[in-house]
Design a protein around this ligand. Structure first.
Ligand SMILES: CSC[C@H]1O[C@@H](n2cnc3c(O)ncnc32)[C@H](O)[C@@H]1O
Ligand SMILES: [Zn+2]
Length: 452
């Protein structure tokens, strides 16, 4: 494949860098390229083509040679609560509402603050970048703190302004959340790696008034909406009892569903729900490991995809997953779709890689910039070394990435052309220093909250 490569007779342009790789999986187009290279200038991909042609066409200030590696777009984690790394392993083996009501919400009530969110988000970014994630779609309190952490650490983030009815350390009610979102929008617009959404928490925590306010602000500011929906059977039963209709139907009636709506979880879907999803054009963030661990249910991904409904992949927070590992998550998604449907062709390797990259970018309205390696797009890319016992032999690199590579094999990560991970190590921060700072929070939470 040859894309964006100038004629070799013209004067040779100088680019910032060229990355040579044994294999490139650009995701779009769906192709496996052998011995190709990527030319990058000012954070953007300017060309992708056979190695010799790229070197004949460009001079580069920096050349990286990845001769045992797959180069591919970074993963887009379509649903996170990044700061919840500080609560990883605090409450396990519980159903969702017990986990939230008796453990997570009380701890959040005591500790969540801008400082807590900065610390937890930094830990999450360190983990996600090491695992090859270059963009995350977040929903948490104090979104400015999360945005600032992502911008400082050079990671791309889609930051959700949370909307929730009950009083928290962040805001008194849904109206105050909407006001905080409106006030913050211009500040976050100044951050080049950040885009924003509105994030009403769930149908059971935001009444109709807050959802109408969400729709109005989303329409006025052209913002996407990111929300937990149909996570458990209990949520659907409770919604039916309280509102006389299933939560998804209620959201449709409130005018919230459209291609800029990202419904997270969606484990409970009847035929009418699937029709609503298909007709509205919404996207689904599938979080299989969090759903399994909380015993919430299994999203019927094969049936969802048969209807042409777009699926992205997310980890959810580190307190319910308990990791932020997109390679692990996409593998679980592929295997679960096959096992649950009884069809091994459900969610094949190529399609699950697409869902974990471009599918995530499109789900958050960022498909113009990231999620695939194409000229004009941001150089958000990762290298995975296949020179490892876990991935030997290599008949098909796509199969290796989907079914057997581990995140310890992610050697290089670039966001917007800036190297963030080199030879498996963070470039700009010491992980041990992050852990030392985080330890103060861990001590406070442990002393007060464990074994009480
Ligand atoms: C209001 S900020 C986000 C809010 O969501 C909570 N949360 C984390 N994981 C889940 C989940 O799987 N379902 C519902 N709510 C979840 C988190 O603790 C924050 O309070
Ligand atoms: Zn969640």
């Amino acid at each position: 494949m040859r894309s964006g490569v100038p004629s070799q007779h013209a004067a040779k342009p100088v680019v910032d860098q060229i990355i040579n790789a044994r294999w490139i999986i650009p995701v779009r187009p769906r192709a496996l390229l052998h011995h190709h290279a990527l030319a990058i200038q000012q954070g953007r991909i300017v060309a992708i083509g056979p190695r010799d042609e790229i070197h004949a066409a460009y001079t580069a200030a920096e050349i990286t040679i990845l001769d045992q590696h797959v180069l591919m777009p970074g993963f887009v984690n379509a649903h996170t609560h990044a700061a919840m790394t500080l609560m990883r392993g605090l409450a396990d083996d519980l159903p969702l509402m017990t986990w939230l009501n008796e453990h997570i919400w009380p701890v959040e009530g005591r500790y969540v603050s801008p400082e807590f969110v900065s610390m937890g988000t930094e830990l999450a970014i360190a983990e996600m970048l090491r695992g090859g994630t270059t963009t995350f779609n977040d929903m948490y309190f104090f979104p400015e703190a999360a945005a600032q952490s992502a911008q400082n650490m050079g990671m791309r983030a889609h930051i959700g302004h949370v909307i929730i009815d009950f009083p928290t350390a962040y805001a008194a009610n849904a109206d105050a959340c909407l006001q905080a979102a409106a006030d913050l929008l211009p500040r976050l617009q100044q951050m080049p790696l950040i885009r924003q959404s509105l994030a009403p928490h769930a149908p059971y925590t935001v009444a109709d008034a807050g959802l109408r306010g969400t729709r109005e602000l989303a329409e006025a500011e052209h913002l996407p909406v990111h929300m937990h929906v149909h996570e458990t059977a209990h949520e659907v039963e409770e919604g039916l009892a309280q509102y006389g209709r299933r939560p998804l139907a209620r959201l449709a009636e409130l005018g919230l569903l459209n291609p800029r709506f990202l419904a997270v979880h969606m484990t409970q879907l009847d035929a009418d729900d699937l029709t609503i999803c298909r007709d509205s054009g919404l996207h689904i963030a599938h979080c299989p490991e969090s759903n399994l661990k909380l015993g919430s249910g299994i999203a019927p991904v094969a049936r969802i995809r048969e209807q042409g409904i777009a699926v992205a992949i997310g980890t959810d927070g580190a307190a319910s997953n308990n990791d932020l590992d997109m390679l692990g998550e996409l593998r679980t998604a592929a295997l679960l779709a096959k096992g649950f449907s009884g069809d091994p062709t459900a969610f094949p390797a190529w399609e699950v890689l697409e869902a974990a990259t471009l599918g995530g970018a499109e789900a958050i309205g960022w498909g113009d910039l990231t999620g695939s390696l194409e000229p004009g797009k941001a150089a958000d890319c990762i290298a995975i070394s296949l020179d490892h016992p876990a991935t030997f032999p290599v008949y098909d690199p796509v199969s290796q990435v989907a079914y057997c590579a581990g995140r310890d094999q992610v050697t290089h990560v670039w966001v917007n052309g800036q190297i963030r991970i080199r030879q498996g190590q963070a470039v700009d921060w010491e992980e041990s220093a992050l852990f030392s700072r985080a330890q103060a929070w861990v001590k406070r939470i442990r002393d007060k909250d464990q074994n009480t």
